[in-house]
Design a protein around this ligand. Structure first.
Ligand code: HEM
Length: 305
């Protein structure tokens, strides 16, 4: 197509975009909950910490089932339009009817099989086609040069779903304990919530890798190979230089961003939300934190007061 609206608003948007938006909200929810758990474990800012924990975990408890539904829609989409990617994610080498679901195993591309696999009969057909006896295609239906690397999407997909499962446990159990007003007695769960903040980030990265590695060797599935999509005048050296520049710039931004957020979290919800601290200037973001710590007028106003 040469129509931008057709390209950008193509049907996959309605499954991939909500999956990504939910992923972003989940990340926010877990970061808020983890910060609340961290404050409670340290015994500081308890009033705000309870609000963060409650809002974060309740929100995540609702978003996670929705993420499963949209994850399933993503699966449906690739089952229909990117069948080799689907077979690689499933670790399915040969056609099966009904198909089993490989929970875990080690794919071996040379031998076209999985080692040490654990699978559940029929579940593969149920997940792929909502049927008890559908035939599901295996990787060997595709010429070797049209298959993606199998191990990467196979494992990254399981990492994403594994993160989802752990987040669901924490969010549901945590929400239950908050509802019963018992969460502060379960320090193990507070620790789990605090340590869970990387999970949505890991899920996002592994989902992205699943999608991008899984569609290889195509840049436009079934139409344009990645190898044919390379800009002809680009040399390896140019690519290496631009990659190195990206790495340096992002390492700087990421390091500074992490340090800044860490300082903000350590300082905590201190002072007045309305007015910035005296002496804070927009072109020196750190001044917000430094000034907050040193301004004599800054006072801690607990949530709800
Ligand atoms: C049981 C739960 C989940 C299922 C069944 C699922 C399913 C999928 C599938 C099939 C894809 C590949 C889509 C494609 O190739 O076009 C995908 C990609 C992705 N997933 Fe998940 N997912 C789940 C949980 C999560 C969670 C918890 C997150 C993050 C918090 C997440 C974030 C992503 C992202 C960022 C992508 C890449 C999307 C893109 O490139 O457009 N997923 N997911």
């Amino acid at each position: 197509p040469n129509d931008w609206s057709k390209i950008t608003l193509n049907p996959v948007l309605w499954v991939r975009f909500p999956h990504m938006v939910l992923a972003a909200y989940l990340t926010g929810a877990f970061c808020a909950a983890a910060t609340g758990a961290w404050y409670l474990l340290r015994g500081i800012f308890s009033a705000e910490a309870r609000v963060m924990l409650r809002m974060g975990l309740y929100f995540a408890a609702v978003l996670l089932p929705a993420q499963l539904v949209f994850g399933h829609f993503n699966g449906d989409y690739i089952h229909r339009y990117q069948p080799a990617k689907f077979a690689a994610i499933e670790g399915r080498w040969h056609d099966e009817q009904p198909a089993s679901e490989v929970l875990i195993g080690i794919p071996d591309e040379a031998a076209e099989t999985n080692h040490y696999s654990i699978s559940i009969p029929v579940l593969g057909s149920v997940i792929a086609s909502m049927s008890l006896d559908s035939k599901e295609v295996g990787l060997t239906d595709f010429p070797a040069q049209d298959r993606p690397p199998v191990a990467i999407p196979f494992f990254t997909f399981r990492i994403m779903v594994g993160c989802w499962g752990i987040m669901l446990l924490i969010a549901w159990f945590g929400s239950y304990l908050i509802h019963k007003e018992r969460i502060e007695h379960y320090r193990l769960l507070l620790w789990a919530t605090f340590l869970s903040f990387p999970l949505p980030f890991i899920a996002i990265l592994s989902g992205w890798v699943t999608a991008e590695v899984g569609r290889q060797p195509w840049v436009v599935y079934g139409v344009l190979r990645t190898a044919d999509g390379v800009t002809p005048f680009l040399s390896t050296q140019t690519v290496m230089v631009s990659l190195a520049v990206y790495c340096v710039v992002y390492t700087f931004i990421f390091t500074f961003g992490t340090y800044y957020i860490y300082r903000l979290l350590r300082t905590g919800p201190v002072g007045s939300l309305g007015a910035p601290p005296i002496g804070a200037v927009p072109n020196r973001p750190m001044s917000v934190i430094i000034e907050r710590r040193t301004t004599p007028t800054s006072r801690h106003v607990p949530a709800g007061e």
